[in-house]
Design a protein around this ligand. Structure first.
Ligand code: PEP
Ligand code: MN
Length: 366
């Protein structure tokens, strides 16, 4: 149930509603918007009459959320969530945020070299796995904490934020010192114990869609983190398993507009895992931004042919730089994060420029 308070409702009125909800057995989550406060009431509770709440002072509207995901539902926060990393970098606003870097941190030379190139190209977040979920137990498993340390140093040198995968709740405390965003991998999307533990912290969490998960299951997993009180959740489409074998996964671009309508959470797209092939990453990255993704997670390696994991889908730095230029046209952007907002005349001018560019370049239609 969502309770929308009137504009200008007093703190005392809001607190009274919260107290009544708690007394009725609900957990209450408060979202303070620009004009009014919304209270999300969730939990297992006995029968109640929602009209009792409509009558309380300061209440504008009471709505039942029919979807199984409550706090992740757009009804709870119609204006959308913006995850603010600091220094002006936000995920979910008018900007398109780009996270780029190697699949795995492999060495000091590698992570510093990639960090420098992606920062120069305009990325704001450095990605790199230190704990790798590999199909084979004999494959490179990641450098662990020393890898995170190198990534943090490289990110700090080039003014980047960091994102890295957490595979187990026992790693969270240690990782807090190195990462700005915790990544939950596709294989861990339904590790509910891990999700609950991430609900206890307040750092942003990027939750990837499981390779056989429905959109609803993804949102239910997000709900675990939100229910713990961590509202800094970012979703990520990274492709799902289908009968198709030409690409590593089937990149479900339709999930972007569908989920953005169902949920207020920002959504990134990962065309690297979505396709598994370097040459298919730029077109799918452009398509994801055109479909409304709030940002991208892209694998970039200084020497992809010798990468210890996912080399085949990693872009060379020069290709990444070119892709960033193409994204700026689609997203109507500034370097790094690109603004999608604009007045109608500027958008029109941008569109004309984009059409001119597309006519000149066969790249986008490849
Ligand atoms: C990764 O980002 O390197 C990764 C392992 O992704 P996923 O969990 O989507 O397979
Ligand atoms: Mn990878």
């Amino acid at each position: 149930m969502v309770i929308v308070m009137q504009e200008g409702a007093t703190d005392a009125q809001i607190q009274h509603v919260i107290d009544r909800l708690v007394a009725s057995g609900f957990n209450v989550h408060r979202s303070t918007g620009e004009s009014h406060t919304v209270l999300g009431a969730v939990g297992v509770h006995r029968e109640f009459d929602h009209r009792d709440f409509e009558l309380l002072e300061g209440v504008r509207e009471v709505m039942r959320i029919t979807q199984p995901f409550k706090l992740a539902s757009r009804q709870f926060k119609p204006e959308g969530t913006i995850v603010d990393l600091g220094r002006g970098v936000k995920i979910g606003g008018p900007e398109v945020a780009i996270a780029a870097g190697p699949c795995s941190v492999e060495s000091r030379e590698q992570i510093f070299s990639v960090a420098e190139s992606v920062a120069k190209a305009g990325a704001k977040i450095l990605r790199g796995g230190a704990f790798k979920p590999r199909t084979s137990p004999y494959a490179f498993q990641g450098m662990g904490e020393p890898g995170l340390k190198l990534m943090r140093e490289a990110a700090d040198k080039f003014g980047l934020f960091t994102i890295s995968e957490v595979m187990d709740a026992s790693q969270i405390q240690m990782m807090l010192g190195y990462v700005d965003i915790f990544q939950v991998g596709a294989r861990s999307m339904q590790n509910y114990y891990l999700l609950r533990a991430l609900g206890e912290i307040r750092k942003p969490v990027l939750l990837k869609r499981g390779m056989s998960a429905t959109m609803e299951e993804l949102l239910m997993s997000a709900e675990y983190i939100l229910a713990g009180g961590n509202y800094n959740v970012i979703l990520c489409e990274r492709g799902i398993r289908t009968f198709e074998t030409y690409t590593r996964n089937t990149f479900d671009i339709a999930a972007i507009p569908v989920i953005k309508k169902l949920s207020h959470l920002p959504m990134l797209a990962d065309p690297s895992h979505g396709t598994g092939r370097r040459d298919k990453v730029p077109p799918m990255a452009r398509a994801a931004v055109a479909a409304g993704a709030d940002g991208l997670l892209i694998e970039v390696h200084n020497d992809p042919d010798h990468a210890l994991s996912d080399g085949a889908q990693s872009l060379e730095p020069a290709t990444f730089t070119q892709l960033m230029a193409e994204l700026r046209i689609i997203a109507n952007t500034q370097p790094g994060c690109t603004s999608r907002a604009g007045t109608a005349p500027t958008l029109f001018a941008k569109r004309k420029a984009a059409v001119r560019w597309m006519k000149r370049s066969a790249v986008i239609w490849r």
